[in-house]
Design a protein around this ligand. Structure first.
Ligand code: ATP
Ligand code: MG
Length: 342
């Protein structure tokens, strides 16, 4: 009795994202950690120097012997050891160094991860201190967190655009009926902007500046009033720092190919939908979530290309972890949950 109290009370949900890691606590009923998925390590010894916010500050600014890395790439684990160190660090930050009752952890993974990748995530959670670890597909978690009733016998469609991957899924009766994951998402837009600025303005800018440009003046279809932004980088010809003015039209043009890849993915999933579920989606519309969906007018763009109603979830950066937190109460109801026990 006492044991089960602690077991459930200490349960947490982790959205192990390419860009951000979030932890939801069942006990506190809220998100207790939200930090970038970045780790700073000493190159020679591989010693972890900083994790999360502190490590992000070092991105692109580290001296030669320190490396700031994103251990997840395109939504999957690119560096297993560093991912495990990051999970351990965050769990210790949340529970303290000497946690006696190891938590039950549910972690989100993209829909199309391989069995090997699934085992890697489960093992990382167990090695990081979990007693039992579960996996839930990001799409399912995102749909739950966005308030969709995925257990109902009707079709619901979710688009989760993260930093490294876009998951598009149609769900019904608690299961994913049709889905597709593509590796085009938020960080692709940043790369597109970096390349564009280099090509057309002969200016070298860093990842963080590119992300800033995207967030400040990025849009998927024309804005009522187009905007401009002064950006700073290194002039490719003179080699010196230089400011340049860039317009929202240019940023849109830079991102267009990636935006269209996401549109094509959405259309593909719709085309695979069984007719009954397709007709539900005409009524229910599509819900967009994930940080990448915050690009202005993106829902409008998807709506234009699909002729369906599209809305943005309430807190797009939090839907996945909130949904995973809700899934902790539904473990027996959700079909096909991968699990590992210490
Ligand atoms: N206001 C905004 N406008 C445009 N993009 C944004 C905005 N806010 C955040 N983003 C982008 O959202 C992305 C991060 O979203 P999110 O936290 O959902 O990703 P993630 O879950 O870490 O990644 P993934 O699900 O692919 O593993 C980043 O690329 C970030 O630049
Ligand atoms: Mg995500």
């Amino acid at each position: 009795m006492c044991f089960s109290f602690f077991k459930t009370n200490k349960s947490i949900a982790i959205d192990l994202g390419t860009a951000n890691t979030l932890i939801y606590s069942k006990k506190h009923k809220k998100i207790i950690l939200n930090e970038p998925s970045v780790v700073a390590i000493e190159k020679d010894t591989k010693r972890v120097l900083a994790v999360g916010n502190e490590a992000r500050e070092m991105l692109g600014k580290t001296p030669d012997d320190i490396k700031a890395v994103k251990p997840l790439s395109e939504g999957v684990i690119a560096d297993y050891d560093i991912t495990e160190a990051m999970i351990k660090h965050f769990i210790t930050k949340v529970f303290g160094k000497y946690h006696f009752f190891l938590p039950e952890i549910i972690i989100c993974v993209p829909i199309d991860v391989t069995d090997v990748e699934k085992r890697a995530v489960l093992e990382a959670a167990i090695n990081a201190g979990a007693k039992t670890a579960y996996l839930i597909e990001e799409g399912r978690a995102a749909a739950l967190g966005a308030g969709l009733d995925i257990s109902a016998p009707e079709g619901n469609m979710i688009i989760d655009i993260g930093g490294g991957s876009t998951d598009v899924a149609i769900l019904s009766l608690g299961s994913t009926v049709v889905s597709k994951t593509i590796r085009t998402a938020g960080s692709n837009f940043d790369n597109d902007i970096m390349k564009y600025v280099r090509r057309t303005h002969s200016l070298l800018i860093g990842e963080r500046m590119a992300e800033d440009i995207k967030i400040k003046i990025g849009s998927a279809i024309p804005l009522d009033e187009e905007e401009t932004l002064i950006i700073k980088g290194r002039d490719l010809i003179m080699g010196l720092p230089k400011p340049v003015t860039i317009s929202s039209e240019e940023v849109r043009e830079a991102m267009m190919e990636s935006l269209m890849q996401i549109v094509e993915c959405v259309k593909w999933v719709l085309e695979q939908a069984p007719p009954e579920l397709a007709s539900d989606i005409v009524d229910n519309g599509i819900v967009m979530t994930g940080g990448g969906s915050l690009i202005r007018n993106f829902p409008k763009m998807i709506s234009t290309y699909t002729s369906l109603p599209v809305r943005l979830a309430d807190a797009p950066l939090e839907s996945v972890v909130r949904g995973a937190g809700m899934a902790l109460d539904l473990l027996d109801k959700l079909k096909k949950i991968d699990k590992a026990v210490r």
